[in-house]
Design a protein around this ligand. Sequence first.
Ligand SMILES: [Zn+2]
Length: 439
Amino acid sequence: MEAALFWRKEFETLDRCELEKLQLDRFRERMQYVYDHSPFYKRKYDIAGVHPRDITTLADISTIPLTVKEELRESQAAKPPWGDFMCVPPEQAVRVFQTTGTTGIPVKVALNRTDWNVHYYEQFMHFMTGYGITSSDILFVPFNYGLYIAWWGLQAALEQAGVMIVPGGGQSTELRVRNIFDWGATVVCGTPTYLLYLGETARQMGLDLAGSSVRKIVAAGEPGANVPSTKKALSELWGAECFDDIGSSEITNFGFECMAHAGTHVIESMFYAECLDPDTLEPVAPGQVGELVLSNLCTETMPLLRWRTKDLVRFNVEPCACGRTFLRLDGGILGRSDDMFQYAGVNIFPSGVENLIREVPEFASEYQIIVPKMGSGRHLKIRVEPACAGMPAAHVDQAVERFIETFRYRITVTPDVEVVGCQQLPRFEHKAKRLFWEE
Ligand SMILES: [Zn+2]
């Protein structure tokens, strides 16, 4: 079956002027809606002295206060369990989730029937056509379905689109590898970390995923699919085309990589995106790194306006080779603004370190970064594993030397490298924790 090129061509190829007009109309309408239906937003905007009628241009949006995750947490703590930011009564929700709690107490999220059946579907159909998935594909989902949103949404939307889905929950990693072969899966989704782990496990089982019928892999839940060396490692391990897929429980699913593989598109008909300097909160120009701030232009249950994602991105507003005019995030998500750390006066992104590690074939894909206590005089430490057991020590030593040299050249810092035994570092299904601060 031939893959469709667009899902909503009438929006995806709009010239930017028209697109901005559409965004302004939708933003104003959503702002009036949250002002009328969400006590949280009414209070917030009244205190700030802003009113939906004041917004007449996209530039006016910068006068509206930002929304941060801590506010949602506080709202739910003050009025458990839902807080007062929702725009519909909780009993209208048909799906509930919670955030992963990587950075604190999880936030509860609800979706009503329209959000679930219409808006979620719409978002995933943009993704599916972007990736070139068709109703002839067989999708394997190697996860337990729980309170984490991602796989439920994908399952529901792709099911509506007629894609066969093989649920891979409640299984060991080995069994999942076997099932990918047994069921003839053509598409597998997962976090970049877990997709790498599935690949490593297959190798240990003497199986080659590149020889399976998998032709596309969709990596979500963490930055990585657009870190060049990780993308290369994933594509080679699976012998498949690798796509970056971005969303979060709170703001829903906003970004997908198209078949031109030239950045990650934002669904701009459904989201208004801004890129701000995380410190000054002033807009940064396309091509500059800043924090992604998103507004929901369609959802009903808990639309968020000017939501700080804490994701660092670089906008590209040039039309893409695929024909879409939706803006692209060059390199996908570059890191988290709260993950970026300073060492020896240098701003270091974990994704930058990851890229260097995954360029070294003698190292396995797992790693840890240990940031020393200020003033301790100790070096930044990178903990790695050899790619396979029984690798000669001299071989590993040479790889470590080469790695330190490249690290010094590209990041301008000299790290210590500790090599631990094979499979000693923890593996993760969802959010990986690889950055540690020394006490
Ligand atoms: Zn494109």
